[in-house]
Design a protein around this ligand. Structure first.
Ligand code: ATP
Ligand code: MG
Length: 404
């Protein structure tokens, strides 16, 4: 009997131990499950953060105005934004290396040197018509350079601007030097005795006054140009009868035309009204008519205006309704086909030697006229009137009428 009791007691103890073990295992399992769930939650959070980060990275790459490229150590491209693809064309990620894609040896060199740990300055290179600037930065993982990030900017316009600035300064210095040299010479002649010469002294002083005029005209034109160009010249738009504007400006030049025996006609229908900044448009008329008188020896100058009837052709251009076309036509020396597209450039003069003397201009008048007309939304261009028959300058101005 006691044996049975002994066995039963043993069994109970064993069962109790198993039960205790089972409880322990269950607890462990529950702990593991809850740990697993916590990790899973963390993982899905991290995944979401990563996806968000990736989406932001893509947006950042797409929003950049620079071309952005990441080149891996083996030369493969792992990332390139739209701007970069616009610059160098499409590419297949898997098979393309930077060199094969861009065909830019300098860029390849820049990446190689950056991978080698060198801190490289920006490089400039040409791609077709474009001038590009590239910066490179190394990307490190545990202190090892694993890739290179390239930022590429199109600096074509910037380069053109700085070049035109250089031309501008060179041209201004040149334009200043000529009248200043004349003034110096005239002053020296006066000081060396001509001052006492009753006949010569007034002549020399007259010449000095002409040179001072040239200098002040240059100063005024440079100032006007920079003001109009910078957009700081506020435009006061109002409706004006075109005939009145043209007539007033032309009257001021009639003496010069008379002196050269040139006719000066205005053929503008009185009903034409334009929406313009009058002071600015005055300058366009003055310069075009003054040029026409300057470069004409026989015949004369006619200023006319027309309202396009539907799409109408003036010289080589079509003008839409809504614009008034003004023509300033002369019977002068004309402008060659090669020079026609260049005369609106700052300081451009067809024949420098020819325009020396009293009629010398600075070559800025047409550049200013172009800025003014374009600031009104219009166009300006010149056409030859046929062999040695003078020139016609056309420009368009917004009409004050509402066109259906
Ligand atoms: P500015 O007007 O600054 O006093 P400019 O008259 O020489 O100087 P623009 O009015 O810009 O300068 O003209 C540029 C050049 O175009 C002139 O120097 C001249 O060679 C040429 N040109 C302009 N108008 C005529 C014209 N009607 N006939 C022939 N050549 C012209
Ligand atoms: Mg001029």
């Amino acid at each position: 009997m006691s044996v049975w009791w002994g066995i039963t007691a043993l069994l109970i103890v064993l069962l109790a131990v198993r039960f205790y073990q089972y409880r322990q295992k269950k607890k462990e399992l529950e702990l593991q499950i809850s740990e697993n769930m916590r990790l899973q939650r963390k993982l899905s959070n991290t995944r979401r953060d990563l996806a968000e980060l990736n989406a932001r990275r893509k947006k950042l790459l797409a929003a950049s105005t620079q071309g952005l490229i990441i080149v891996e150590r083996d030369g493969r491209i792992s990332s390139a934004n739209k701007v970069a693809k616009r610059i160098f064309g499409k590419f297949h990620k898997e098979e393309t290396t930077l060199m094969r894609w861009t065909r830019q040896h300098q860029l390849h060199e820049l990446v190689e040197q950056t991978l080698a740990g060198e801190k490289m300055p920006a490089i400039y290179f040409n791609a077709g018509e474009k001038v590009l600037e590239a910066h490179a930065r190394s990307i490190k993982e545990s202190h090892e350079i694993v890739a290179v990030a390239l930022a590429i900017s199109n600096v074509t316009e910037l380069q053109k601007l700085s070049q035109s600035r250089r031309y501008f300064v060179t041209n201004i210095s040149h334009e200043l030097r000529t009248p200043l040299a004349s003034l110096q010479l005239l002053t020296e002649t006066l000081l060396n005795g001509a001052l006492d010469d009753k006949e010569m002294a007034p002549q020399l002083v007259g010449k000095m006054a002409a040179q001072v005029d040239t200098l002040s005209q240059l100063a005024q034109e440079v100032l006007d140009l920079s003001l109009i160009e910078s957009g700081r010249a506020p435009m006061k738009m109002a409706s004006f009868p075109l005939n009145d504007i043209a007539q007033t400006q032309i009257d001021r030049l009639s003496l010069q035309a008379e002196r050269k025996n040139l006719s000066l006609k205005v053929e503008i229908p009185p009903e034409i009204a334009v929406l313009v900044d009058q002071a600015m448009i005055n300058r366009v008329f003055t310069n075009l008519v003054h040029n026409a008188i300057k470069f004409t020896e026989k015949g004369g100058v006619t200023v006319s205006a027309q309202i396009p009837n539907g799409k109408t052709v003036f010289g080589s251009r079509e003008v839409e309704p809504g614009w008034i076309v003004v023509g300033v036509s002369d019977t002068g020396i004309g402008i060659s086909k090669e020079d026609l597209p260049r005369i609106f450039e700052r300081f451009y003069k067809v024949d420098r030697a020819r325009s020396v003397g009293q009629e010398a201009g600075t070559g800025l008048g047409l550049a200013i006229a172009k800025y003014i007309v374009e600031a009104h939304g219009g166009e300006i261009w010149a056409e030859g009137n046929g062999r040695a028959k003078g020139t016609t300058f056309y420009f368009t101005l917004p009409t004050d009428e509402i066109v259906e």
